[in-house]
Design a protein around this ligand. Structure first.
Ligand code: PMP
Length: 297
């Protein structure tokens, strides 16, 4: 089969059983490998849905798309903007990895950096200022509010997980950034089987894990709603070293190099696997690969 565009490769990512990483006597850990998306992360899905929606509504109208993002949404939007011939300005904290920055530039996006210590919130504040000062020039897809963000996962990620497992799994573990993945997948899998436990993984206030964030922070995500999650695995400062160990473990046992948020998701998936025991299954959604963070791992 020959695909007719690179962006049409978004979605339909593989799922793999982590036979060696699964603890003895624990439930199977099934990984949904989201870096197989063409932009290298799960955010390709939300970016495609948000952008298509804006194009269909005709609201882009020659404007520059401006988005605050820790990186993966930026790369996804840069890939799609290049393909569709749209102008894009990405605002991201200066702590963004060099690889991500280089990728954004090569894909033709303009980039503005904000102070690292302000985190994503600082980038969001600058974006809001630009939007309010020049509303005639800029448009924001606003991933923290856009309903197309969770809907992308309701229609694609969640549906794929049910199809790939034949609907037979007991827990779903996802990282929380905008919460688009978690809310969209939760809506879909709960519709299929209310008994599936949805576990969100998020850092506590002040704990830094790239790609995921404390949902009640300043400039909170409006998509996040605790009613969609049966449990939240709050990450403490001590967990950062545990995440690094998990990343090393899955790399050496499975040959699979995962990113920070995926390491956190696998840490929570392992805990759930031990609790659920043999004969059950835990699906872990792995947002991006470790190749995006080689300088930080
Ligand atoms: N992991 C990584 C590496 C990400 O970039 C993101 C998105 N910021 C997430 C997890 C969380 O995804 P979502 O925004 O759908 O909650």
């Amino acid at each position: 089969m020959i695909h007719q565009s690179y962006v049409s490769l978004i979605g339909n990512t593989p799922m793999v059983r982590l036979r060696r990483f699964t603890p003895q006597g624990g439930a199977d850990i099934l990984a949904k490998v989201e870096w197989f998306n063409p932009g290298g992360s799960i955010k390709d899905r939300a970016a495609l849905y948000m952008l298509r929606d804006a194009m269909e509504k005709g609201v882009l109208d020659g404007k520059v798309i401006v988005e605050a993002t820790s990186g993966n949404t930026g790369i996804a939007l840069a890939m799609l903007s290049a393909y569709y011939g749209l102008k894009l300005l990405i605002i991201t904290p200066e702590t963004v990895s060099r690889e991500k920055l280089k990728a954004l530039e090569l894909l033709g996006a303009s980039v503005m950096l904000t102070a690292g210590e302000e985190g994503t919130a600082g980038a969001i504040r600058l974006k809001n200022r630009i939007m309010s000062e020049s509303p005639e020039r800029y448009i924001s897809l606003d991933q923290f509010r856009n309903p197309m963000n969770p809907l992308a996962h309701y229609y694609t990620t969640g549906a794929e997980i049910i199809r790939q497992t034949n609907g037979k799994f007991n827990a779903l573990v996802v990282g929380i950034g905008t919460a688009g993945t978690g809310v969209g997948c939760a809506m879909r899998v709960k519709e299929h089987d209310r008994g599936i436990t949805v576990i969100g993984v998020a850092p506590k206030k002040g704990v830094v894990v790239p790609g995921i964030r404390y949902p009640y922070d300043e400039e909170a995500t409006e998509i996040y709603d605790e009613k969609y999650f049966d449990e939240i695995r709050w990450l403490e400062k001590d967990d950062v070293e545990r995440i690094r160990d998990v990343i090393k473990e899955v790399a050496t046992k499975e040959g699979m190099l995962v990113g920070w948020s995926s390491g956190a998701v696998l840490l929570a998936a392992k805990e759930a696997s031990i609790k659920l025991k043999e004969g059950k299954a835990v699906v872990a959604v792995l947002a991006d690969s470790g190749y995006r963070y080689l300088d930080e791992l």
